[in-house]
Design a protein around this ligand. Structure first.
Ligand SMILES: Nc1nc2c(ncn2[C@@H]2O[C@H](COP(=O)(O)OP(=O)(O)OP(=O)(O)O)[C@@H](O)[C@H]2O)c(=O)[nH]1
Ligand SMILES: [Mg+2]
Length: 451
């Protein structure tokens, strides 16, 4: 029996290693979560251990149940066989199934039970024996009914399960396509790259189908032609604002007013400073600043420092009425940039308050600022909650911290709000660029290297 233990930061990663090394017939015998690193218990990171084997010999489900009912005279090996997974493939074991799993048939189309039980085994302190022989594994695996210890444990398990399902769906999807053999090699390579970059599988499918429609058979054999077509198709999924590099005075005679809103710490104030410097120093516009962030200590000072360096007037508004008055007092400026306090997307009251400030500023554009370093679900949640403020543009900040650029494509498409700017570092005023679908597509396909 080829018994091996894999360690990774998530179960999904560990399962990928298992599949890569042991193949699709691998059987998961045990999982547990431990902590590694840190200093005196602080900063330790969670490590998932998965023990898998290719040599487990399993009888039919009924005999396994029988074995569990007669525990006393069994050897460790017998008990391992009694509770070890069925000989489903790794992929099929986690495939979402309409069928209910047979009682006592672990790992057969019953992913939630399987992982929940493995995790509960770990939390009960039975996580030893993960790197050695089969006896340890036999002692670990039990068929006791699982109940998460608390809501936190349940949430963790549900999150991991969702990640696993998503990964399996991607792998199945790519395997299915690869199996057909109908996809030209150059295209297949890009398809897998898109999935690895965490582009949603339906978008990846659309990109590939689109490229196939765009190119004839000869072009599909040409890697350069395929690459260009893939980039074009990815870019087609990213709605971009075609605003002038610097706004003119608004048609209604007011200063062109731009408000930035978004979650806490995403880079709103830094981006305002970058925009202000660009409009004034590069385009020669008269720029005024207003801040409504009187909540965070030193927030006003932060913007005032930039205002002083660039040489701009700054007004502070503590109420919506003051916001209206501040914008009005800057009517001689070509452009007025409005900074707002960061808000949690979970805080309805603060969001409502933000809405009243933004409404009072009567902005010609409201940009939702989102950090590329956030997860897709956080970004989508923020976009959903800040919709009450009526953003007409989105800015992705911190591209230099992003892990996967595919997430940005997914979010851009889902929220269907045009991308105005991206920022790529802390330095003011340099690290800002107008939204460019081709450039973002290049980063999705080629990673940070293309940036
Ligand atoms: N790596 C990186 N850091 C950035 C970028 N933009 C801003 N930051 C950093 O993010 C941190 C927060 O920036 P702020 O501009 O204060 O963020 P904010 O959204 O105004 O924060 P609140 O007003 O507290 O909600 C600072 O350390 C910035 O230097 C960027 O593009 N890349
Ligand atoms: Mg700020």
């Amino acid at each position: 029996m080829n018994l091996r233990t894999y360690r990774a930061s998530t179960i999904a990663e560990a399962l990928t290693q298992v599949k890569r090394d042991l193949g699709a017939d691998a059987v998961i015998l045990h999982t547990r979560t431990t902590k590694a690193g840190g200093w005196f218990g602080f900063g330790a990171r969670a490590v998932v251990e998965v023990t898998a084997s290719t040599g487990v010999n399993i009888g039919p489900a009924r005999s396994r149940r029988g074995a569990q009912d007669a525990p006393s005279s069994r050897t460790d090996a017998d008990r391992a066989a009694a509770v070890a997974p069925s000989r489903e493939t790794l992929l099929r074991a986690y495939e979402p199934s309409a069928e209910q799993p047979a009682a006592g048939a672990p790992y057969r189309g019953a992913a939630p039970t399987t992982f929940a039980r493995a995790a509960s085994g770990a939390s009960e302190g039975s996580g030893g024996g993960v790197s050695g022989g089969g006896g340890g594994v036999a002692a670990i695996a039990t068929c006791a009914p699982f109940a998460p210890a608390d809501d936190g444990a349940r949430l963790t398990l549900e999150t991991e399960l969702t990640a696993i399902k998503s990964m399996v769906a991607r792998v199945l999807s790519s395997s299915a396509r690869a199996r057909t053999g109908a996809m030209p090699e150059a295209l297949q390579k890009h398809y897998l790259t898109l999935l690895e970059a965490e582009v949603a599988s339906e978008i990846a499918d659309e990109v590939i189908d689109g490229v196939r429609a765009d190119l004839d058979a000869e072009q599909l054999d040409d890697p350069d032609a395929v690459r260009r077509a893939v980039l074009r198709r990815i870019a087609g999924h990213i709605p971009v604002a075609d605003d002038a590099p610097s706004p003119d005075r608004a048609e209604d005679g007011r200063s062109y007013t731009i408000a930035l809103v978004g979650p806490t710490g995403v880079g709103k104030t830094t981006t305002i400073a970058k925009l202000a410097a660009t409009y004034k120093l590069r385009h020669g516009r008269a720029v005024g600043l207003v801040t409504a962030d009187t909540y965070r200590i030193a927030a006003v000072d932060q913007l005032r420092t930039y205002a002083n360096i660039i040489g701009l007037p700054l007004k502070v508004a503590s109420t919506p009425a003051e916001m209206a008055a501040a914008c009005d007092s800057l009517r001689d400026c070509d452009v007025v940039l409005v900074d707002t306090a960061g808000r949690s997307q979970m805080d309805d009251t603060r969001l409502e308050e933000l809405r009243s400030f933004v409404e009072a500023a009567k902005p010609h554009q409201t940009h939702l600022v989102l950090s590329s370093a956030s997860s897709e679900s956080v970004l989508l949640k923020a976009a959903e909650r800040f919709a009450c403020v009526g953003p007409s543009r989105v800015i992705f900040t911190k591209l230099d911290e992003a892990v996967n650029f595919g997430v940005l494509v997914n979010v851009a498409r889902r929220i269907n709000t045009r991308l105005s700017y991206v920022t790529t570092g802390q330095e003011v005023p340099d690290r800002i660029e107008q939204g460019d679908a081709d450039r973002l597509a290049g980063m999705v396909l080629e990673g940070r290297g293309s940036a």
